[in-house]
Design a protein around this ligand. Structure first.
Ligand SMILES: [Zn+2]
Ligand SMILES: [Zn+2]
Length: 327
């Protein structure tokens, strides 16, 4: 087996031979059909998220077929198509787990961070945290829904009923969220790195009414904004563009420091908040909603052995849509 394994932070992924694992009780063995490349993988590889269980196989946007099931697996059978997301295990007992907020469980374990993920030919997963994946779309087309789509959806819910929605950073998550938001009747204003004309065209192709450089004023004041780019300076920037009562949602797991800003930008009952992880309920809701909203992902496929190239392209912003690894 050719496995992509992260041995140490800040080093490239190493390839090594690994045997096909056996599913334990409650686990499914998934033959990976495709695994999306998420910015979080980049934060892990670059050492910006500091507590991965090393060595670790990254990757938490897995779509594949169940190849084998362990004892007591009743939700899936061999051959079923499943998705494996970032949330890999929760305690089920803490106050967060008991109140529908398992995404905040302090003992939670995450795929591709604490549990070996999908930059691999096979992955083991707890059946309770896998989703059935229906539909005609290919594994590679579906893979970005598992995190970019899900976290995007959770971010969109946190934006409330905003009609005029700003999106900062128009990559994998944004191009999915924009399609859902458009379907819901919202108007999208996309902000990209200054001068990134390709990303602005990409945003307009995926439903943005307006696209321009971050740092300039959109043609209308915004009701809310979602920031997917990991750049802290965008927080005061977005606050400046949001109307009274509006919310700025930070959708990423890591962001550079937020510079200080005048209280006036927050005044008027504006809110800044983050979105952390996902709940299984988010996943079920979003995977049911995506086909209704006609969500189509734009992907660039890389063979598994080119994982480092895919990560480099993501780091440099040289991707149109989502990168997906196919074993
Ligand atoms: Zn818990
Ligand atoms: Zn992710």
């Amino acid at each position: 087996m050719r496995a992509m394994v992260l041995e140490m932070p800040r080093t490239a992924l190493a390839e090594r031979e690994r045997p096909v694992p056996e599913p334990g009780p409650g686990q499914v063995l998934v033959r990976v059909g495709a695994c999306g490349v998420c910015r979080t993988d980049l934060h892990v590889v670059d050492g910006e998220l500091t507590k991965p269980n090393l060595p670790i196989v990254p990757g938490h946007e897995i779509v594949g077929r169940v190849a084998a099931t362990g004892l007591d697996v009743e939700r899936f059978r061999e051959g079923d198509r499943v998705g494996v997301p970032w949330l890999g295990w929760t305690c089920g007992q803490c106050r967060f787990c008991r109140t529908g907020r398992e995404n905040l469980c302090a003992a939670a374990r995450f795929t591709g961070y604490n549990i070996d993920g999908g930059y691999e030919e096979y992955a083991l997963a707890d059946q309770r945290f896998c989703f059935p994946v229906a539909g005609e779309a290919s594994d590679a087309e579906m893979a970005p829904l598992l995190c970019a789509g899900l976290i995007g959806y959770r971010s969109l819910m946190m934006a409330g009923d905003a009609e005029r929605l700003g999106i900062y950073g128009f990559g994998a998550a944004a191009h999915i969220v924009a399609q859902v938001a458009r379907w819901q009747g919202r108007k999208i204003f996309a902000f990209t790195r200054p001068g990134d004309v390709a990303a602005q065209d990409f945003a307009r192709d995926h439903g943005a009414a307006w696209a321009g450089d971050s740092g300039i004023a959109p043609p209308e004041i915004l009701d809310a904004a979602i920031i997917f780019a990991p750049a802290g300076e965008l927080v005061p920037e977005a606050l400046r563009r949001v109307d009274k009562g509006g919310t700025v949602v930070c959708g990423g797991i890591h962001m550079s420091d937020i510079p200080s800003f005048p209280y006036e930008l927050l005044w008027g009952e504006r809110t800044v908040r983050s979105v952390a992880n996902l709940t299984r309920k988010d996943g079920e809701e979003f995977l049911a909603l995506a086909p209704k909203a006609g969500v189509k992902t734009e992907i660039e496929i890389f063979p598994l052995r080119d994982a480092n190239e895919a990560l480099a392209r993501l780091r440099e912003g040289r991707l149109r849509g989502a990168a997906v690894l196919v074993p």
